[in-house]
Ligand binder design. Structure first.
Ligand SMILES: Nc1ncnc2c1ncn2[C@@H]1O[C@H](COP(=O)(O)OP(=O)(O)OP(=O)(O)O)[C@@H](O)[C@H]1O
Ligand SMILES: [Mg+2]
Length: 261
């Protein structure tokens, strides 16, 4: 425990977010509170606003109203790269790896966000010292081992299976040494074995780094297995929040999303 009460304070909070694109109200009044070390799932029907919410958390979308607080600090107006530098790591829906680069090279790109504030725009010259590069190389190696990618370190990512490419992308995200990891449908398109592997890595990351993980996920078995808290969004509104078993039994959630089956 550090400061009084700080160990229980939410790591990331969104308060009363409103987001619209033209006439479309995507988020009507969305709040979410992510506790330290929690696996926090966000579920809901297609088009409910889940990815848009993640985009507000990571700074890619700017809500018209409401606020986002990270680590006790208001970050509502902060641009995405500065949120990344502050420790908010993100993986996206679909594949985001560089296909012609190796697994190791892809992971190394994750260190680029970890720079001193203000360096981001120096795209041509990263201004790294040799010592820094060596430290990152060693850390990349640790990530490769952690994610059991040793055999594939020099494999070209475009040749890997979908599940392995997603694992490499996860390596890229944790190279940020994040204080929170945000993942959009990490298991979509994976076979059951790949899902099991990724679920294990997500839990391992939470345990090893003591950070919360926010994930949008449609696979209810995975959600029920690994999450501590579930927030359910429907038509841009939170219709339920709670422990997985609670949420699964919630009538409104069954009606909007889960169905009777
Ligand atoms: N940049 C944008 N411009 C216009 N409309 C957008 C934009 N981003 C999202 N939307 C709209 O916001 C609504 C919610 O989309 P969002 O991608 O957040 O849903 P989702 O819950 O992630 O759905 P899915 O489960 O299919 O991924 C949709 O109607 C979508 O068309
Ligand atoms: Mg989405």
């Amino acid at each position: 425990m550090t400061m009084a009460g700080s160990s229980h304070a939410p790591v990331l909070e969104a308060n009363a977010l409103r987001l619209r694109f033209g006439a479309v109200e995507v988020l009507k009044d969305v709040s979410i509170s992510v506790a330290p070390g929690a696996i926090h799932a966000i579920i809901g029907p297609n088009g409910a606003g889940k990815s848009s919410l993640l985009n507000c958390l990571s700074g890619f979308y700017r809500p018209q109203a409401g606020s986002v607080t990270f680590d006790g600090r208001d970050i509502t107006g902060l641009r995405p790269h500065l949120r990344a530098a502050a420790g908010i790591a993100r993986t996206f829906q679909g594949i985001q790896t560089y296909p012609s680069m190796t697994a190791r090279e892809n992971i190394l790109t994750g260190f680029h966000n970890r720079m001193r504030t203000g360096m981001f725009d120096a795209l041509v010259y990263w201004g790294r010292t040799r010592a820094e590069e060596e430290a990152f190389a060693a850390e990349a190696e640790a990530i490769i081992e952690f994610l059991e990618l040793e055999e594939l370190r020099h494999a070209v990512v475009g040749d890997l299976s979908y599940g392995l490419r997603k694992r490499v992308d996860l390596g890229r995200a944790i190279a940020l040494n994040p204080k929170i990891l945000i993942m959009d449908e990490p298991m979509a398109g994976m076979n059951p074995e790949e899902k099991g592997d990724l679920a294990r890595f997500i839990l391992d990351i939470r345990d090893a780094k003591k950070i919360p993980v926010v994930l949008v996920e449609h696979d209810m078995e995975v959600v029920m297995d690994i999450s501590d808290t579930v927030t359910v969004i429907d038509f841009g509104e939170v219709i339920a929040v709670g422990a997985p078993a609670e949420v699964r039994a919630n009538e409104a959630v069954i009606a909007a999303y889960l169905g009777a089956g």
